[in-house]
Design a protein around this ligand. Structure first.
Ligand code: SF4
Ligand code: SF4
Length: 113
């Protein structure tokens, strides 16, 4: 790594080359609109399941993008598929379908491992 004159805290280091990014590749195939997300968090702020759970769709999509998929399946399963986040998204991301695609990609990864 080049010397930039500062170092990154190891706990904050995300090595995308070492992470398994198969899930996001599959999610992009199933629901390409995930790529136009700007991470605004409107989906999370309006999520119906948030009343009962800690479901955070913005974080979930970020983690899938990074290939940090451990324990994500149980997060996805908190979604009630009501579709409110899809109506609220200012970018027109089909968030409900993104969640279904993530669930499917994670299930396929489990079955292939
Ligand atoms: S509301 Fe849409 S653009 Fe904003 S974080 Fe959620 S999916 Fe991304
Ligand atoms: S579809 Fe899922 S993530 Fe979206 S608002 Fe409803 S419960 Fe929340």
């Amino acid at each position: 790594m080049p010397d930039f004159g500062y170092t990154i805290n190891k706990q904050r280091l995300i090595d995308l080359d070492k992470n398994d990014r198969q899930a996001i590749i599959r999610v992009r195939q199933l629901e390409p609109s995930i790529d136009i997300c700007i991470g605004c968090g409107t989906c999370t702020a309006t999520c119906s399941a948030n009343v009962f759970t800690q479901l955070n769709l913005r974080q979930l999509m970020l983690l899938v993008n990074r290939g940090e998929t451990a324990k994500l399946k149980q997060e996805v399963e908190k979604c009630m598929l009501c579709g409110k986040c899809t109506l609220a998204c200012p970018r027109g991301v089909n968030t409900r379908h993104v969640l279904l695609a993530i669930n499917r990609a994670l299930t396929e990864t489990e079955q292939n491992s």
